[in-house]
Design a binder for this molecule. Structure first.
Ligand code: FES
Length: 110
């Protein structure tokens, strides 16, 4: 038996800032950060850093990692894995699908 994902329209591709390639959205009452990588793929994690009270949408993307703006800890955008100190707890990730310009995020974290 397969479980159907609950897709929620979260944003349009044009909403993602071309400066940061990130966008903070709220899905099912949860703050989620969308990322657009250089290959055009879109990914989603929880927006709040697991180390402290920072929005990852204000961070910096480099080589598939998001660097937190507060203490510069890094997470893998695709997997949510904490990669550098002081971050040790992984981010929740969300499945994403893009149809045309529409970005859908699964209502429940993966
Ligand atoms: Fe993100 Fe400290 S709040 S690294």
């Amino acid at each position: 038996m397969t479980t159907e994902l609950n897709w929620i329209l979260a944003a349009q591709t044009g909403d993602i800032s071309p400066d940061t390639n990130t966008l903070r959205v709220v899905v099912n009452g949860e703050a989620v950060c969308l990322y657009q990588l250089e290959d055009g793929s879109v990914h989603a994690t929880q927006d709040r850093c697991t180390h402290g009270n920072a929005s990852l949408a204000d961070g910096y993307i480099e080589d598939g990692l998001i660097e937190c703006p507060l203490h510069q800890g890094c997470f893998d955008i695709r997997t949510g894995k904490a990669r550098t100190a002081p971050c040790t707890v992984d981010l929740k990730t969300y499945a994403v699908k893009v149809e045309g310009e529409a970005i859908y995020v699964a209502g429940d974290a993966a």
